[in-house]
Design a protein around this ligand. Sequence first.
Ligand SMILES: [Zn+2]
Length: 265
Amino acid sequence: MHRLLPLLLVLLLPACQPANEAATAVFPQGTIVDMSHAFNDETIYWPTAPGFDKNTDFEGVTDAGFWYTAYTVTTAEHGGTHLDAPIHFSEGKHAADEIPLERLMGSAVVVDVTEQAAANRDHLISIDDIMAHEHKHGAIPQGSILLFRTGFGKYWPDREAYMGTAERGQDAVALLHFPGIDPEAAQWLVDNRSIKAVGIDTPSIDYGQTVLFESHQILFGQNIPAFENVANLDQLPATGAHVIALPMKIEGGSGGPLRMVGVVP
Ligand SMILES: [Zn+2]
């Protein structure tokens, strides 16, 4: 190599940076937090959905003498830690495979409503709750992934404590009691803040007693996806963490199993 070439590269590098910004973005440093619950026999699904099913195709030593395991898994899209794609409640909006990856990774803001949710398991996360957070931690920055910590994650996988009922089937839906986002707050967010996605440590971004799933409708109408049954939200600070939430890439899917990771500086 010509002895001036390295110097030339160094001089040229800054000029290249704007074009390559996305590709060369520095990976955030910090402690990694697993924000997904494991999929197993106890994984919580909506009362009307069958649970997670893992069937053994083979497990053991083969006739040829080597160890081999393989399973067939069956799952509803909306169970365990999962993505809600906008098309779930909004016609023509993004399906699971169509959500831009930039929306699924970024800096996280955690709004803590554990006190309100402990006092009332039907708590609707309000504009006031968001205001109280902003008063303490500053306005939610543009492009944030907005996570709501209700504290209900600690009940996992106790169905009754977590979602209000351990019963299954259509009749159990009316027995659901867990906190969620007030549709007024969802509308306020759409009108006043620019967020990439929302997440919550309950089975749904709308509270258990909802009938119309209005917060789903409002947010998904703006192509803002949601992460539900998020784990370990208590390990993230109010601001400063990054999250990466990558769902299974189901073509045309309304959601899907989600591996979510937090990076806490
Ligand atoms: Zn869902």
